[in-house]
Design a protein around this ligand. Structure first.
Ligand SMILES: [Zn+2]
Length: 430
């Protein structure tokens, strides 16, 4: 006797008509035509079931702060950083917790159940770290939240950051962050990468750096990050976020760089929504897209997972908590549009990011956590195209969010009475 049996589901890998049985918060069986009894039986009606969406790059201390204390007029990364600097001294723990937990409600409704959030440690009060450590506890029943100690104003450039970063790790922040391209000089940037990898190695922690988030082709800190990863034996535990300078780099240099990244088992976390907005701001025409070299990284076997980075904050006035928005933008900006590409893009907002975060029990196999999302779409390609309603979201087998299907009623003579966008899925396209 199972607790829950979901019948006739399609899976992201293209498998159709599968049943998923859940017992004690775990996936007990995945097979067609399961006959056993269950406390509750759901007919997925040939719609897509996926493990939850995963956001490996977010700023939960800044989210929902848009307009405080003013708007970002230039729309640049640098004005965003100085705006955040204006807001930071006024932050209170209560307001931070309030905004973050409210954002998590939205995330759950979008089937987003794992988030890696950077936490600014530039203000030695560390009210941000205190607040988000509390948020990690509050949301633990429904969201896996990892925290990165992030020296937003520079590990060396901000005189108090180095000490505050270590203190944040002592308080229980999980991961070592950095921002080498924001240090005063290339040399300081490279030194910061070394120092931060050393801290991670000494403490047995992962590393996730904002790295080369610039259009400057000579911003090459990812090379140092790969080298220090190997030097400190951190292979498979280090991620480079953004990596937008790679877009503008010389092709010959990149042909040497990508194999070094692969050798270091570096993961890449592009953030397509925000970097389409922020990069190329000094360009006239042609304007660069400011996205890293995603197809080439995938080709080299590098794990690539997409982040949102920002929702309604000093850097980005958009964002919805929906990782399918991110995949949708990535598809267009990278021109990865084939059927196989779409499956891969779907992995970059689910399984790849789960791997980067080191999530245990993630997936659709027997024995995995029963964390599941039912979408109003037939397959992964349609999910990216439609960004459809998350009809049901389960965490450890318990329903945590439900959304009615989007169905419009028509009043047109001689035409059908309703329109369901998911019904338009092409029959022959794969
Ligand atoms: Zn970021």
């Amino acid at each position: 006797m199972f607790d829950l049996l979901i019948r006739n589901a399609n899976l992201p890998d293209g498998t159709a008509g599968v049943d998923i049985a859940v017992k004690d918060g775990k996936i007990a069986e995945v097979a067609p035509g399961i006959t056993a009894e269950a406390g509750e039986v759901i007919d997925a009606e040939g719609q897509l079931i996926t493990p939850p969406f995963v956001d490996p790059h977010f700023h939960m201390d800044a989210t929902l702060s848009l307009g405080l204390p003013r708007m970002n007029i230039s729309g640049t990364l640098l004005e965003g950083i100085s705006l955040w600097g204006e807001l930071r001294p006024t932050l209170t723990k209560e307001a931070l917790i309030d905004r973050a937990v409210r954002y998590c409600d939205l995330a759950v409704s979008k089937g987003l159940l794992a988030v890696r959030s950077h936490v600014d440690v530039s203000d030695p009060r560390l009210v941000t770290a205190e607040a988000l450590l509390e948020v990690r506890e509050i949301v633990a029943p429904y969201i896996d939240l990892q925290l990165v100690a992030f020296p937003q104003d520079g590990f060396y450039r901000c005189p108090e950051a180095a000490e505050a970063l270590v203190r944040a790790l002592d308080m229980g922040v999980d991961i070592v962050g950095g921002i080498p391209h924001f240090e005063r000089t290339m040399e300081d940037g490279a030194r910061s990468v070394e120092a931060l990898c050393r801290i991670a190695a000494d403490r047995g922690l992962r590393v996730d750096m904002h790295c080369d988030e610039t259009d400057d082709p000579l911003s090459r800190h990812v090379e140092t990050l790969a080298a220090q990863t190997v030097r400190f034996g951190l292979q498979g535990r280090v991620a480079g976020s953004h990596l937008t300078s790679m877009h503008s780099m010389d092709n010959y240099y990149v042909s040497k760089l990508i194999p070094l990244m692969a050798e270091a088992e570096l993961a890449a976390i592009p953030n397509p929504l925000i970097n389409i907005m922020l990069q190329g701001r000094h360009d006239t025409y042609p304007k660069r897209r400011g996205l890293t070299r995603i197809p080439e990284l995938l080709e080299a076997g590098i794990t690539v997972g997409f982040g949102q980075d920002c929702v309604l904050d000093p850097w980005y006035s958009m964002g919805s908590g929906d990782l399918l928005d991110v995949a949708h933008m990535a598809l267009h900006a990278t021109q990865l549009g084939s059927g196989e590409d779409k499956k891969q893009l779907f992995q970059m907002v689910t399984t790849n990011s789960a791997k980067i975060m080191g999530l245990e029990g993630y997936g659709l196999a027997k024995g995995c956590n029963a964390d599941l999302v039912l979408l109003q779409a037939r397959d992964a390609a349609e999910a990216i195209r439609l960004r459809p309603n998350r009809l049901k979201v389960w965490r450890r087998g318990k329903l945590v969010s439900e959304t009615a299907p989007e169905v419009s009623r028509l009043s047109l003579a001689g035409r059908p009475g309703t329109v369901n966008p998911a019904d338009y899925a092409p029959q022959h396209a794969t």
